[in-house]
Design a protein around this ligand. Sequence first.
Ligand code: HEC
Length: 155
Amino acid sequence: MNFKYLSYLLLPFLLVSCTKRDPSPYVTYLSISELMQWVIDPAADRIWDSVAWYSTLKGEKIVAPSTQEQWDDLRNSAATLMEASNLLMIDQRAKDSGAWNDYAHNLGSAAQKTLLAAQAKNVQAVFDNGTIIDEACEACHLKYAYFDKKKTSKP
Ligand code: HEC
């Protein structure tokens, strides 16, 4: 057998060993449900609660951060949400490598815009991006979360 023929025989094995990935270095301390309840949901709530318009008998009342500390808190919640979107995409949590990551990216990008709006102290932009964050949550839940609930409720 000449060397050329041998290298054809070895090629598939070489390819397999090249594409084999190292095990993921990440440790998933929280389940998806815990990550949602303890990290993502509280951060989103702080963003949604930070800005609001109320109609009262005395006219319109606007709730918005007023001190630098409150603006910084809002920025910090946006930062938490933004980076938490990456936690959804690590191998052990991602349900697939397509739509799941798109939904997580949508959440990360809406949170990033909220962070920039908080830094610019732009109340309207915080409110508008809050709506986009809400849509990003719902879109992923419609595809994956309600399906999960049905699956886990089976006897
Ligand atoms: C990339 C997909 C994805 C995105 C984006 C996402 N979620 Fe979830 N969420 C899930 C999945 C999947 C579950 C179901 C987890 C389970 O039951 O195991 C879930 C469950 C939840 C739960 C219920 C947890 C429980 O077990 O009681 C809450 C609350 C929640 N999400 C809040 C949010 C909020 C708020 C956002 C947006 C700021 C968000 N999620 C964005 C995938 C996502």
